[in-house]
Design a protein around this ligand. Structure first.
Ligand code: SF4
Ligand code: SF4
Length: 352
């Protein structure tokens, strides 16, 4: 409503010690063509800490996702920036491959979420993600409290029982708080073995519906899983894309239309953040008005308000027109009861 997006994602570094096949962060089209992530001037040390805090103070997000490259490349800077970020009351999420150890105090920090990306079972994961192998991840997350995020690929779905095996390995471990699944999201025109056929997509939906009852740490409400059957048609229809701003490693370059950059194939989108917010948007307030309608009206008013302010330098007459979404307390998360789809899915990118 205020013309500011409530969620922010920052690629704090262009560096990563991994070379995962299919990583979208280093794709030539990620920044829209012309330049790539590696071409940007990223920051380090106090300049990075100050830069992130300045962006956050300017954009005032409710949720910040810190990604890369791998953000743990800037471990020392993270140690310095996390306390002041949390002190501002925002929710902070770090998405990493866990190639190195993390802060000793991170597990106990309220509003800090560590998401570790795992690409399937050990043989497939280790082949793709060395040096962040299973053995190394298990050592590095000892004593932490992390969320596992796995992107399901076409190859995984060709092996019956794969997802169950994955959950059987990870969920008994005390360091694992919850598990999220996304589905591989291609760019328009891609032909890749990671892509799921429509039958495989249906199969994933059925399996997730069953597995969530068997493995309570699989934090995927039914309402969210159902959204995978009907992803947004375009970025304009994607609540996640419209409510999240993504900045790259120079803290200036915007990544559009969403964290994937380039020209993502929304009709095959499998991003859990997009599905999570779509499920919230589909929730009917008072059983009548879909929240998505309010989101879209709010976004339109916010955009108009920003435009008005930019043009006139004055306060917009719409500033107090619809108070329902003006405060943190009235954000989507608090409008949804525990029985309904939660908005807590990281509005993130999962490049790490
Ligand atoms: S998150 Fe998915 S649906 Fe949303 S804009 Fe990106 S690819 Fe499209
Ligand atoms: S997917 Fe993540 S960990 Fe892998 S190369 Fe890309 S940024 Fe690095």
């Amino acid at each position: 409503m205020k013309g500011e997006q409530p969620s922010l994602s920052i690629e704090i570094t262009k560096e990563c010690p991994l070379k995962c096949p299919g990583c979208y962060a280093y794709d030539a089209s990620h920044l829209g063509g012309g330049q790539t992530l590696r071409d940007l001037n990223d920051r380090r040390g106090q300049a990075l800490v100050d830069g992130v805090i300045e962006v956050v103070d300017r954009l005032k997000p409710l949720h910040l996702s810190i990604v890369g490259g791998d953000p743990l490349v800037r471990y020392r800077e993270l140690e310095l920036m996390i306390p002041p970020l949390l002190a501002r009351g925002i929710h902070v999420q770090i998405v990493t491959s866990a190639f190195r150890t993390m802060g000793a105090t991170w597990a106990g920090l309220e509003r800090l979420l560590i998401v570790v990306s795992i690409d399937g079972l050990q043989p497939e994961h280790d082949a793709r993600r060395a040096p962040a192998t299973y053995d190394r991840i298990l050592r590095n997350i000892a004593g932490q409290s992390v969320t596992i995020h796995c992107t399901i690929t076409g190859q995984m779905m060709k092996r019956p029982g794969y997802l169950g095996e994955f959950l059987k390995f990870w969920t008994p471990r005390r360091e694992i708080k919850k598990v999220w699944f996304s589905l591989f999201t291609p760019q328009v025109g891609d032909q890749m073995p990671e892509m799921l056929s429509s039958d495989e997509r249906q199969q994933v939906i059925q399996e997730m519906m069953q597995l969530r009852t068997q493995y309570p740490k699989l934090d995927m409400p039914e309402t969210v899983i159902r959204q995978f059957a009907s992803p947004p048609h375009t970025p304009r229809d994607c609540v996640f894309a419209r409510t999240t701003q993504t900045l790259s490693a120079d803290l200036t370059t915007k990544i559009t239309p969403c964290q994937f950059g380039g020209n993502p194939d929304c009709s095959s989108c499998g991003c859990i953040a997009s599905m999570g917010l779509a499920s919230v948007a589909a929730y009917k307030l008072g059983g009548i008005l879909p929240l998505g309608t309010i989101f879209k009206a709010s976004i339109r008013i916010g955009e108009a308000r920003s435009k008005y302010k930019r043009k006139s330098g004055q306060k917009s007459p719409t500033a107090h027109a619809l108070p329902i979404l003006q405060t943190k307390e009235a954000s989507c998360a608090s409008l949804v009861s525990a029985e309904e789809p939660k908005a807590e899915f990281d509005r993130n990118s999962f490049a790490s």
